[in-house]
Design a protein. Structure first.
Length: 165
């Protein structure tokens, strides 16, 4: 495997672990909101990211390359809301997509057709990753509107009661 591609694969596998840390930190924040379902959802996302990293690690080894694990920057642990965490996540996934696309570009440049085939899985996965977060954001926004709708109904039941004489 070309050294340039090996280095780029290593960079991405480390970024996948960094992604896992980001979602683990989000799960911790969401636990403080009492949203157990979303906490569990982010824990699954954390596990997915570790599996993405693992898939890269196995591939680099399979190709006779050398895995090089780096240190990681601290993830953000504080967020404004669940929606804030979800919007940050979507932006993060867009960055991952940009990086995967760049990896694919390198694989084409060095004419590594096996790597092109391998990377296609990540290209497809990123479509799903972005879609997952986009749909969740839409749902959270809809639920908020629905909540306001119900409160509006309740508040609308108030009637004028004249002062008793
Ligand atoms: Fe590994 O796709 Fe998300 O970050």
């Amino acid at each position: 495997m070309e050294k340039q591609l090996e280095a780029a694969l290593n960079e991405q596998l480390n970024f996948e672990i960094e992604s896992a840390h980001i979602y683990l930190a989000m799960a911790g924040y969401i636990a403080t909101l009492g949203l157990e379902g979303f906490e569990s959802w982010f824990m699954v996302q954390y596990e997915e990211e570790i599996s993405h990293a693992r898939k890269f690690i196995d591939y680099v080894n399979e190709r006779g390359g050398r895995v090089n694990i780096k240190g990681f920057i601290d993830p953000e642990n504080e967020f404004k809301s669940l929606l804030d965490a979800l919007e940050i996540s979507l932006n993060h996934e867009k960055e991952v997509t940009r990086r995967i696309n760049n990896l694919m570009r390198i694989a084409y440049e060095v004419h590594d057709y096996a790597a092109i085939s391998f990377l296609q899985w990540y290209i497809d996965e990123q479509v799903e990753e972005e879609d997952n977060f986009t749909k969740l954001i839409d749902k959270v926004k809809l639920v908020k509107d629905a909540g306001l709708y119900h409160l509006d109904k309740e508040v609308g039941l108030r009637v004028f009661v004249p002062i008793a004489k």
